[in-house]
Design a protein around this ligand. Structure first.
Ligand SMILES: *Cc1c(COP(=O)(O)O)cnc(C)c1O
Length: 377
C-alpha cells in the first residue's frame, strides 16, 4: 500500500484502540502507576511511559516519517533533553544564531557548563558549513524557517555536510510543522518541536516532541525519564486532539499567510514584508523546493509606531507565541528578542518597527480589514 497522505496520517496514526471497551478514540489514561507483573506489560509508571502519551509519540513519528517519537512536557524539555542526551564533554556544536530565545539561553548559559563548545552561524554562513566543522563537531542545530524573519536554510545541504563529517543534523521544526516540512526526508537525523504551536494548534497546551531513529531516541528517553520532562496524559490527550486536524489547519494557515503577505506588500503604510511565499523573498525558491507550504508566519516593518498598530488591532490578539487557530501579533523587539541588546538585534536585522504575525485560520478578508484599520489610523 502506498504511504498515506498527511491528513490521513494526522487523523489515524498512533491512536490507541481500546479492545476492552471498543472506544473509537484514544482514552485518557489518567494514572500515575500500573499494576505488575503483566504479560507484555509495557507500562510501569507514567513518567517513563503512558498509553495516551504513546499515541502522541506514534503520531509524530508517522507525520515526520521517523522510526520513533518522544513527547515532553514542553518544547524546551524536548530541546534540552535531546541536547543533553546527544552531547558530551569535549564535543563541539554548530548552532544557528537565530534560535528560539530560550534555546539560545540554554546554549549560552548551560551547555558550556557541561564542557560543550559552541560556534554560532548566521543563516548565510550555513552555505559554507564545511569550514566551521572540527573533528569534535558532534552536531549541527538550526531552525528553518527562522524566527521572526523567516530565513530559509538549505536542509539537504546541511544534512549532507553533517553526515559526511560524522555529525548529527538536528532541527527545531516548530515553525513549519510536519505538514509543511519533513526534515528527515532531507537527511536530517532528528526533528524537535514545540508541540505548543502548530501541532496542538489551539493556543491551550504546552508540550514538546522529538522524532528520529530509535538508535538516538533511546538516549533521549533516558534523559527525559531522569530529568522528568515527561508529558502528562491529560495534556497528551489535548495535543492528540489538536494533531488530528494538523493538515487541514496548516492548509488554511498557508492560504492566509499568502493572502495577507500579498495584501501587506502593496499596503502604503508597510515598508517591508518577510514571507517565503513572496517571489522577492531571498529564500523563496529554496522554500518552494524543500517545503510543502509557506506557512502562516508573516513579519512586517510598518511606517510609524509598530506598538500603536498592535494596540489598534480588534480581531488579532497582541500576544507572543504562534501556530494557533487565532491570529496573534507581537513585537519581536519586546518579546522573543527582548533580552538582546539593540546592537545584537540590529545584527540579526530585527528593527523596532517589526511586527510578527502568526496568522490563524480566520477568514482572510476579516484579517485584512483588521490590519487595514490598524495601519490606517
Ligand atoms: C515556542 C518555541 C519553543 C519552546 O517551546 P515551549 O513549548 O514553549 O517550551 C522552541 N522553539 C520554537 C521555535 C518555538 O516557537
Amino acid at each position: 500500500m502506498k504511504p498515506k497522505g498527511t491528513s490521513t496520517t494526522s487523523v489515524h496514526a498512533g491512536e490507541y484502540l481500546d479492545e476492552a471497551t471498543g472506544a473509537a478514540t484514544t482514552p485518557i489514561f489518567q494514572t500515575s502507576t500500573f499494576r505488575y507483573p503483566r504479560e507484555g506489560g509495557e507500562y510501569l509508571y507514567s513518567r517513563i511511559g503512558n498509553p495516551t502519551t504513546t499515541a502522541v509519540e506514534e503520531k509524530i513519528a508517522a507525520l515526520e516519517g521517523a522510526e520513533a517519537g518522544l513527547a515532553f512536557s514542553s518544547g524546551m524539555a524536548a530541546i534540552t533533553s535531546a541536547l543533553l542526551a546527544l552531547l558530551k564533554k569535549g564535543d563541539h556544536l554548530i548552532a544557528s544564531n537565530d534560535l528560539y530565545g530560550r534555546t539560545y539561553t540554554f546554549l549560552r548559559h548551560d551547555l558550556p557548563r557541561y564542557g560543550v563548545d559552541i560556534t554560532y552561524l548566521g543563516h548565510e554562513d550555513f552555505e559554507d558549513l564545511e569550514t566551521h566543522l572540527r573533528d569534535e563537531t558532534a552536531a549541527v542545530f538550526l531552525e528553518s524557517p527562522t524566527n521572526p524573519l523567516v530565513h530559509i536554510i538549505d536542509l539537504r545541504r546541511v544534512a549532507r555536510v553533517a553526515r559526511e563529517n560524522g555529525a548529527l543534523a538536528l532541527i527545531d521544526g516548530t515553525f513549519a510543522s510536519p505538514a509543511n516540512q519533513r526534515p528527515l526526508e532531507h537527511g536530517f537525523d532528528l526533528v524537535l518541536h514545540s508541540g505548543s504551536k502548530y501541532l496542538n494548534g489551539h493556543s491551550d497546551v504546552i508540550a514538546g516532541l522529538v522524532a528520529g531513529p530509535s538508535e538516538h531516541l533511546g538516549a533521549v528517553r533516558e534523559v527525559r525519564t531522569t530529568m522528568g520532562g515527561s508529558l502528562d496524559p491529560h495534556a497528551a490527550y489535548l495535543l492528540l486532539r489538536g494533531m488530528r486536524t494538523l493538515a487541514v489547519r496548516v492548509a488554511r494557515h498557508n492560504e492566509n499567510g499568502m493572502a495577507i503577505a500579498s495584501f501587506l506588500e502593496s499596503h502604503p503604510q508597510v515598508e517591508r514584508v518577510y514571507y517565503p511565499g513572496l517571489e522577492g523573498h531571498p529564500g523563496h525558491h529554496l522554500a518552494a523546493d524543500q517545503m510543502d507550504g509557506f506557512g502562516g508566519m508573516v513579519s512586517v516593518e510598518v511606517e510609524g509606531s509598530a506598538e500603536a498598530v498592535l494596540d489598534r488591532f480588534r480581531l488579532i490578539k497582541k500576544a507572543p507565541s504562534l501556530g494557533g487557530v487565532d491570529s496573534l501579533a507581537s513585537l519581536p523587539a519586546q518579546t522573543s528578542h527582548m533580552y538582546l541588546t539593540p546592537e545584537e538585534r540590529a545584527d540579526l536585522g530585527i528593527r523596532d518597527n517589526l511586527i510578527r504575525l502568526s496568522l490563524g485560520i480566520e477568514d482572510s478578508g476579516d484579517l485584512e480589514a483588521d490590519l487595514d484599520q490598524a495601519l490606517q489610523a
